[in-house]
Write a protein that binds this ligand. Structure first.
Ligand code: NZQ
Ligand code: ZN
Length: 380
């Protein structure tokens, strides 16, 4: 096992009606609130009214920034930060899925500065302070509610980039599975896929053996394999929503990384390129890349892939493991090839160019340019 520091300062408020405590928590930080949300799902499912009533109960002055898009863009982050800055807000309140919370993390460190937020992503500047961030999560998938990471697209730079710092953890995150009941079937499936992928990125990471962290990975994935399909047939089931929501948080809050020096993250880096080029939803990008990546890596890390399969599917061998995982993704309605994504015309040369530009998958199990061609072929 590698040396590690376990650190996670986010208070997680989990369960039915936890939103009733939101106002009092916000009040601890102040009453001038920048409320950030997406395209409108929170207005349709009633959460917006509940949040506004909590803000009303503490007589908060609220400044709203809405319209954060899925696969969020840096322009929205800068515009929302400007709104927060000009109104001297005390708190950023993010209500939404990963896109809204990720954007809000960067907004919270961009409000105190006077330069473009992208400077953080290119390491031209490091944050020294942040406006406290409180999150209300509406979609179980990314784990952003209890980690410091934010992923934002900059089309001019041809990158979907990541940033994280001890300053970008939410102070508090509110997770009521009731508010995920309205997530449509496709995004529910993408969320299940995303939490599996996060567990796998840890499992295929770097370092000496970390058996307990491996067993946590098997357990989290087993929850997804067992309850994900049940949930997809019963979208309004609170108990199943709760199980998947908790699993998604645990899959990327540091727990599975203890005892390792790094996660793999190659699949995510390629998935981000598919989202950058074709706006593929994040979870769907991963169900396309993961089977391809495993096929490419099976002659290099076949034993590790087989170990995974033995524990999560009860099968022998790397080939059977990959087959089972791909079949699971298919059964949940996720695409496993780019050709299965409606309305896009993927261009292998363009994907290759952007992979080179972004040095994709060069962290742990490094891919070279020949591998890039191979994995693109496997994804088509
Ligand atoms: O915009 P609204 O109207 O809210 O609609 C959203 C959006 O269309 C909708 N939605 C969210 N909650 C809903 C709902 N619809 C009905 N009922 C609800 N309760 O779902 C759509 C997708 O939302 P989005 O926030 O984009 O999805 P997700 O939570 O999967 O977040 C994806 C983003 O997170 C990043 C991804 O790259 C992507 O940009 N990730 C963040 C990570 C992190 N911070 O740790 C790690 C992940 O690997 C990932 O990279
Ligand atoms: Zn992910």
């Amino acid at each position: 096992m590698e040396n590690f520091i376990a650190y996670n300062p986010t208070s997680l408020h989990f369960g039915k009606d936890v939103i009733e405590g939101l106002g009092q928590i916000i009040k601890k930080y102040g009453t001038r609130v920048l409320l950030v949300y997406g395209k409108g799902s929170i207005k349709q499912n009633g959460l917006y009214d509940l949040v506004k009533s909590q803000l009303g109960s503490i007589e908060a002055e609220v400044f709203e920034y809405s319209g954060i898009r899925s696969n969020p863009i840096i322009e929205d982050v800068d515009a929302a930060a400007a709104l927060g800055r000009s109104n001297s807000v005390d708190v950023v309140l993010a209500v939404g899925g990963g896109s809204v919370i990720d954007s809000s993390k960067i907004i919270s460190i961009a409000i105190p500065v006077n330069f473009p937020a992208w400077n953080f992503f290119i390491r031209k500047a490091a944050p020294t302070t942040s406006v406290p961030l409180i999150a209300v999560l509406t979609l179980a998938a990314t784990g952003t509610e209890m980690n410091p990471f934010a992923v934002v697209t900059n089309h001019k730079a041809e990158t979907k980039g990541s940033f994280g710092s001890p300053l970008t953890y939410p102070k508090h995150s509110f997770l009521d599975p009731q508010f995920t009941v309205s997530v449509p079937r496709d995004y529910t499936a993408y969320g299940v896929a995303d939490l599996i992928a996060h567990s796998l990125e840890a499992f295929f990471g770097k370092g000496e053996e970390a058996t307990l962290s491996d067993r946590l990975v098997y357990s989290i994935i087993s929850e997804a394999l067992e309850y994900g399909p049940l949930l997809l047939n019963d979208l309004t089931n609170y108990k199943l929503r709760a199980k998947i929501m908790y699993a998604a948080t645990m899959a990327l809050n540091g727990l599975t990384m203890n005892g390792r020096t790094s996660g793999e993250w190659g699949v995510h880096s390629i998935g981000h390129i598919l989202s950058l080029l074709y706006d593929v939803p994040h979870g769907a990008s991963l169900t396309i890349v993961y089977p391809a990546w495993l096929k490419l890596q099976k002659d290099r890390i076949g034993e590790r892939i087989a170990l995974l399969g033995q524990h999560i599917f009860g099968v022998q061998g790397a080939d059977e493991t990959i087959k089972q995982l791909e079949q699971f993704f298919k059964n949940t309605g996720c695409p496993v090839r780019l050709s299965e994504v409606n309305g896009i015309s993927p261009d292998p040369e363009e994907i290759y160019r952007i992979m080179v530009h972004n040095k994709a998958a060069t962290n742990v199990h490094k891919l070279d340019y020949v591998d890039y061609r191979k994995i693109i072929g496997l994804m088509m």
